[in-house]
Write a protein that binds this ligand. Sequence first.
Ligand code: NAD
Length: 240
Amino acid sequence: MTIRYGLAGMKAIVTGAASGIGLATAARLRVEGADVFGVDIAGDGGVLGIDVSAPGASEAIIAAALAQLGGLDILVCNAGISAYMALEGHDDAAWDNTLAINLTAVFRLVRAALPLLKASHQPRIITIGSVMSSYGDAGMAAYAASKHGVLGLTRSLATELGPFGITANCVMPGAVLTGITAPAFAANPEFETYWREKSPLKRIATPADIASVIAFLASDDARFVSGHGIHVDGAATAHP
Ligand SMILES: NC(=O)c1ccc[n+]([C@@H]2O[C@H](COP(=O)([O-])OP(=O)(O)OC[C@H]3O[C@@H](n4cnc5c(N)ncnc54)[C@H](O)[C@@H]3O)[C@@H](O)[C@H]2O)c1
């Protein structure tokens, strides 16, 4: 990986840091010089093991991050779940859990992080939406609703927190080969083919493709980019 954005001295939280996009983002931010505090329900020695949707989790994450980092500049709300769920038989618990992890936990973590972000000289909120922040699909009712919500939340954060110098943007990937998609691709190879062929670049994204956009948004180069949802999908959704 190449150092492009020079995040030396910046302090970051990345949720969902044990796998996929979060793992690549933590690695990229470290290459750029940032101190990174990782959070994941699949905690190990390297990350704080916590369910972001658990009661009190946001406050616990911020307290632990503050103790380790001594401040906070970059908040990357990335932890998320996805599963195909047809509407018939779609139980309330699956709906509630998807919204709790993908949307409500983001709201709570941002709220808990605000005092630290307000004290930063380069404060950044980066949420992870999806092309499902702009579109829907069969079996994606809860996921698409949560990701539309994340985009709306992010635009509102950018508006409300801009006066404090805080930028907020939503990175919206297409299909990325990660822990979320690998089982689906293995079970349905045509699903992978669909996404690869839908991109004029004719490939599935790698987690590093997404992490590089996150690194840019965290940087001083992105200082006047705020309130946006940014598709990172190889133009898969630029055409019908
Ligand atoms: N992979 C894709 O194609 C794709 C496309 C668009 C958006 N996204 C989004 O990217 C984000 C990262 O997903 P990924 O593709 O890297 O998948 P992934 O499964 O590889 O990584 C997600 C990580 O989040 C963690 N996590 C899940 N629930 C959690 C919880 N309750 N508390 C704490 N950690 C939790 C998991 O343990 C995992 O390490 C998600 O928000 C996802 O919706 C992914």
